[in-house]
Design a protein around this ligand. Structure first.
Ligand SMILES: *Cc1c(COP(=O)(O)O)cnc(C)c1O
Length: 354
């Protein structure tokens, strides 16, 4: 049996799978409505919002694309600093939207001042940001960028927190985030197939006047159905049972303890890297706390390291994503990992390096 330490999907616990094997229920009945309602308070707490959580049966890209279709009437500004954020720009072009980007090198963070300068040129009505760029291990300064976007009325701020949601506090309402989204297969340690998202009233107002929103990803349909604790179409009910279970574990642990655990586990991996001379690909001050991306030293046989770690110990880490595949490697500490399980991984990695 092998265990995933890649930055998504991540390891899913046996207890989560057990919760997901709850007998099937119909989604147009009180049992489902109670299930839907039961996950709201914890999701709202994790997002820092009083807005309802919508549950989309799709991977994160479904909602990322939908956000553009539902919200962009004029021109979108995409903030690009890695594989996922760069792709958001491509998706905007594929939708035929007017799109512009701020592009920084992979491994760099988005500068809030550059966002201010670009928005100052005018003409934009949507900005997209990936909070935690999973491909490079860069965590952008969400609060500073949000403060900039907030100074431009009429600009809808869309934030992907796929690999940061529940790993660090997020203050959607206080920061003025209009759409916040997160797939469940990253920090929430569920199997893939479900995406959680929230919309501000301003985002829904914008969506209402947008033609061609389609049906499956129409934010207005999600909002209408959420009023009745329901979803527009048949949702991934088993995943929602799994979500209910995971949120129960988060409540039992306490969110601040959860955040502290992620930071401590991440620090263990940073210390391990420092011991072996592996440099963090992300700059100090912008390093993710849910995963670590290391730059491959020139003389290091990364492929053999990853292969032996899997073959001998059953631990799977990632050998880089997109154009930095083979040049970086990534280790996740998301989800249910403890100091003990991280130390097991570290012992195995030390063994392979010895
Ligand atoms: C994994 C990931 C995505 C893409 O998620 P899918 O579930 O594959 O659609 C988007 N953004 C970030 C930051 C990610 O880590």
């Amino acid at each position: 049996m092998s265990k995933l330490y890649i930055p998504g999907p991540i390891n899913v616990s046996a207890e989560t799978f057990a919760a997901m094997s709850h007998p099937m229920i119909g989604h147009r009945g009180s049992e489902f409505e109670e299930l839907y309602a039961s996950v709201q308070p914890s999701l709202q707490q994790l997002a820092g919002t009083s807005r309802p959580a919508y549950l989309s049966t799709s991977s994160a890209w479904g909602v990322m694309e939908a956000a553009l279709r539902n919200l962009c009437a004029k021109k979108v500004l995409t903030l690009c600093c890695g594989a996922f954020s760069d792709k958001w720009y491509d998706v905007a072009l594929k939708l035929g939207l007017a799109a512009d980007k701020i592009q920084v090198g992979w491994g760099e963070a988005i500068s809030p001042e550059s966002v201010r300068a670009k928005l100052g040129e005018g003409g934009y009505d949507v900005v997209t940001l990936i909070h935690n760029e999973t491909s490079t291990g860069v965590m952008n300064d969400l609060a500073a960028i949000a403060a900039v976007v907030k100074a431009f009325p009429g600009v809808i701020f869309v934030v992907d927190s796929v690999s940061s949601f529940s790993a660090v506090p997020i203050a959607m309402d206080a920061l003025g985030i209009d759409v916040l989204l997160a797939g469940v297969q990253k920090a929430l340690a569920l199997p893939p197939g479900l995406t959680i998202f929230f919309c501000s009233e301003a985002a829904l107002e914008r969506a209402k006047s947008q033609p061609n929103r389609g049906y499956y990803f129409d934010f207005i349909e999600f909002a209408k159905n959420a009023e009745k604790n329901n979803t527009p179409s048949t949702p991934a009910i088993s995943l929602i049972f799994g979500l209910q279970y995971i949120l129960g574990t988060i409540a039992a642990e306490g969110v601040s303890q959860r955040y502290a655990r992620h930071a401590a586990n991440n620090a263990l991996i940073h210390a391990w890297g420092a011991r072996h001379g592996f440099a963090n690909f992300a700059p100090v001050g912008h390093q993710s706390v849910s995963l670590t991306c290391f730059a491959k030293p020139a003389d290091f046989d990364q492929a053999a390291f990853i292969k032996t770690l899997k073959g001998k110990h059953g631990y799977i880490i990632n050998g880089g994503y997109g154009k930095i595949k083979g040049l970086t490697f990534r280790i996740s500490n998301m989800g249910n990992e403890t100091a003990a399980t991280m130390l097991q991984l570290i012992a195995a990695m030390d063994d392979v390096l010895a």
